[in-house]
Design a protein around this ligand. Structure first.
Ligand code: 5GP
Ligand code: MG
Length: 175
């Protein structure tokens, strides 16, 4: 395992992200919606760096796998979200923007609930991986195309608790 972003670097990046979000949403009713599970660490640190009023919600986006073992549609329980989203400015918060598919599917679902706007904030964006025609609005770090863990990101449900971001070596990903 190789440290990609130290605890100090992550902290500085999150602080800067918070400043930009705070400036953008000043005087706008903000609802931050974290995408479970990976966003929880970022979300917890981020909201404590933002001093404008805001609401927090969480969305569990579960992907069903089709018979062809290809990723199927996202299943999301939108009922609980509706009241927190209607007429408000929504900021989706996720750990990492990889292909962009997850966010690309969540945005139209949230749009159905009548928000004032929907934007996206991520800790990490992987270079050269996007399969969608938009980019996240707030990005703390651009990283190379490596598999990362820590600060909410897991490998087989492990490593989410690391206070830094590390890249797993190919041999660590086997099995
Ligand atoms: P996307 O839909 O953008 O391809 O994928 C986003 C999701 O894939 C992230 O929320 C995360 O759960 C997972 N993911 C993508 N790249 C990585 C990575 O390098 N490490 C980990 N742990 N998860 C990743
Ligand atoms: Mg995720």
């Amino acid at each position: 395992m190789k440290v990609l972003l130290s605890e100090e670097q992550v902290r500085a990046g999150v602080q800067e992200l918070a400043r930009r979000i705070e400036d953008y949403y000043r005087d706008k009713p903000l609802t931050m919606v974290g995408v479970l599970i990976g966003s929880i660490v970022l979300l917890a640190d981020l909201i404590r760096q933002i001093s404008i009023p805001l609401r927090v919600e969480l969305v569990q986006a579960r992907r069903y796998w089709g018979q062809a073992r290809r990723p199927g549609p996202l299943a999301v329980d939108l009922e609980v979200l509706a009241a927190a989203v209607r007429g408000r400015h929504v900021l989706l918060v996720d750990d990492i923007f990889d292909t962009g598919q997850t966010i690309a599917e969540l945005i139209p679902m949230l749009d159905e609930l009548g928000p004032a706007s929907v934007r996206t904030a991520v800790l990490l964006r992987k270079q050269g991986r996007s399969q969608v025609d938009f980019q996240p609005d707030f990005v703390a770090f651009d990283i190379p195309d490596v598999f990362v863990v820590g600060y909410g990101l897991d490998y087989n449900d492990m490593y989410r608790n690391l206070p830094y971001v590390a890249a797993l070596e190919p041999e660590e990903l086997a099995g």
